[in-house]
Design a protein around this ligand. Sequence first.
Ligand code: S3P
Length: 190
Amino acid sequence: MNTGNKFDRPALVRERLDKPLVLIGMMGSGKSHIGKLLGEALDLPFVDSDTEIERQAGLPIAKIFSRDGEPAFRKMERKIVQDLLGNGLQVIATGGGAVMNPETAQAIWEGGLSVWIHADPVILAERAGNPQDRPLLACGNPVEILETLLKERNPVYEKADITVCSDELSVADTVGAVIEALYSHLYKEP
Ligand code: S3P
């Protein structure tokens, strides 16, 4: 097996992968875009838990938050992530707060191979776009909110199997970095 050729890496990763890949990390880290391209590169289906929540609820996330509140949203998110993890090999992008629910986090640590897409709060705020689409960013300065959330969330994100920093990278390069990191993780010496 020639493991030195970078062009072989997606196929080699695919060969060893025995769990769904779960992308975690803050709003604006690019999980959905990265997940879609990663799925294409690895020839795996891609699913976004937020999209699935919206599809099942028949409502946008912002509306679920305003109508039912965050605890109700987290409950739906837990059920949907647990269900998705049972659907075999695929790439799953999760909402930024998913792992803050201990049961959702436990399901991800046990049932998936987790990849934290890390980025600086200023970059996250730029990438997050319109705060109205993200209820948690809509009630103040997005950079400050992201900094506060990161303090609380980083200790949980750090539990991911793999961390990739996307600060300086384009989406395509981040996908390449995730594949490299997966390759190293899956082929490391015991
Ligand atoms: C949230 C992130 C959002 C979405 C919801 C809550 C969070 O997903 O699940 O608005 O708590 O960080 P993205 O990370 O895809 O923006």
